[in-house]
Design a protein. Structure first.
Length: 131
């Protein structure tokens, strides 16, 4: 997975990024276009085209074990479904940065996380088409 690690990029997402909610997630995202030269360089490697970060609030989940489990489930669901987003022709010349924030208060099952990540990816494809 192409993780969103840059503190600067994450801060930019929180200040200038757009957001939407699909319970139990709040999604921050930023779609920016890439120049033709950069698009040609990244034709074989989509590492910079799609980056994702995940987080779970320690206010709702006091134990790190629970937070880490939820983050693992989120990353796995994203990993299995991100190809649909990467192969979308709408994102061919665009860079997408996504930050998933888990806002639920109970430990989720994987099936529910998988279903909601599918909804998130579908919504992101739709939003990329509008841009």
């Amino acid at each position: 997975m192409d993780r969103l690690k840059s503190r600067k990029t994450i801060e930019l997402l929180f200040t200038e990024g757009k957001s939407f909610s699909i319970f139990p997630f709040r999604i921050l995202y930023s779609i920016s276009s890439i120049g033709n030269m950069a698009a040609e360089n990244n034709a074989t490697n989509n590492n910079e085209n799609l980056q994702v970060g995940v987080t779970v609030s320690s206010r709702n989940f006091k134990k790190a074990v629970d937070r880490n489990r939820i983050k693992r489930l989120m990353r796995e669901a994203w990993r299995l479904q991100k190809n649909e987003l990467q192969l979308s022709p709408l994102l061919a010349h665009q860079s997408l940065k996504v930050f998933l924030i888990f806002t639920g208060k109970e430990l989720p099952e994987y099936a529910m996380i998988h279903q909601k990540v599918t909804a998130v990816i579908t919504r992101l494809i739709k939003l990329a088409g509008e841009k």
